[in-house]
Design a protein around this ligand. Structure first.
Ligand code: PEP
Ligand code: MN
Length: 331
């Protein structure tokens, strides 16, 4: 249940209501709210006079629910996604920032195509402790350099909560990876910032769990949450994962959060990225994440799925046409 509290309600009363209902109190410029796990509209009578409006939900999809509010708008400087805007934000770059030369080449490619968001991991959550783990803070500094030279926005991921503050400071969008989706330390830290957070769906995660993870961030007060489907594990093993486009349809219908699709991690092979990217854009989503590398064969992580610059240019041209056909715009 979400209770919108009447403006000018005494602070002490506010805290008393939150404590008695064992609810989470969020201070908002438009008015404070209290959220509880209750699924009935009943408030203790003494509190009724302080409630402006009450929303009841069937499950713990609350702040993210379409029933609570219409589609959220998220701003990235001059760019905006979500709300009524039919924009698909293209976020592209290598899996990881590996050195100055390769990230500079990638940033230059984006600049040439007028793409505004550079993605690259500095802290990589790898499946093996023996593989490349990312450049850490040095990687974030390289990304910062690219931001300044090429006027790009940066999206980079938090691997664990010990460096969350660093990643938040250096990124314009903070990514929470599929393997970290259940990490409450990360979720709560990202809830404390006001920067946009892109939350990836775990590959064994139900939609209910995915949305509940988003609720952790939202209920800490960060309104800027973006959901990203990046493929789930199924019985199929010819492709790395299975891109769940039904997930995008469901999230569009029931949540108010912007939705991003990631064809690169889903298929895991460069050959399929072009076709899948078209399919993703045709879904009418708010963003697309694509891995691109100057020389994919030499990539230190996710080598098989990264596309080269020439292929990326072809993908870019064809997704613009698809977006145009459904009344969207790639930004
Ligand atoms: C990534 O974006 O490079 C990444 C590690 O993605 P995921 O968390 O979806 O595996
Ligand atoms: Mn990757």
């Amino acid at each position: 249940m979400i209770i919108e509290i009447k403006v000018n309600t005494d602070k002490q009363i506010l805290e008393q209501i939150a404590s008695e209902l064992q609810g989470i109190l969020i201070h908002k410029p438009e008015g404070d709210i209290i959220i509880t796990g209750s699924k009935t509209k009943k408030l203790p009578e003494k509190f009724n006079e302080f409630a402006e409006k009450i929303y009841v939900f069937e499950n713990d999809m609350q702040l993210s629910s379409r029933q609570y509010r219409s589609k959220r708008e998220i701003r990235f400087g001059e760019l905006v996604i979500g709300g009524i805007h039919k924009n698909t934000l293209l976020m592209a770059g290598p899996c990881a920032v590996e050195n100055h030369e390769m990230i500079d080449k990638t940033a230059l490619l984006l600049k040439e195509l007028n793409i505004k968001v550079l993605r690259a991991g500095a802290y990589k959550p790898r499946t093996s402790p023996y593989s490349f783990q990312g450049l850490g803070l040095d990687g974030l500094k390289l990304l910062d350099k690219m931001r300044k030279i090429y006027d790009l926005k940066i999206i980079s991921e938090v691997r664990d909560s010990t460096h969350a503050d660093e990643v938040i400071a250096y990124s314009d969008i903070v990514q929470i990876g599929a393997k970290s989706m259940y990490d409450h330390g990360i979720l709560r830290k990202c809830g404390k910032t006001r920067k946009p957070v892109l939350l990836k769906r775990g590959f064994g995660t139900t939609l209910q769990e995915f949305v509940q993870a988003a609720e952790f961030i939202l209920s800490e007060g960060n309104d800027n949450v973006i959901l990203c489907e990046r493929g789930i594990r199924t019985f199929e093993n010819k492709t790395r994962f299975t891109l769940d486009l039904c997930c995008a349809a469901y999230l569009k219908q029931y949540t108010n959060l912007p939705i991003v699709l990631d064809p690169s991690h889903a298929i895991g092979y460069a050959y399929g990225v072009h076709d899948l990217a078209r399919a993703c854009v045709a879904m009418g989503v708010d963003g697309l994440l694509i891995e691109v590398h100057p020389d994919p064969s030499q990539a230190k992580s996710d080598a098989s799925q990264q596309i080269n610059h020439e292929e990326f240019k072809r993908v870019f041209e064809s997704i613009k046409a698809v977006a145009n056909a459904i009344g969207y715009k790639i930004i």
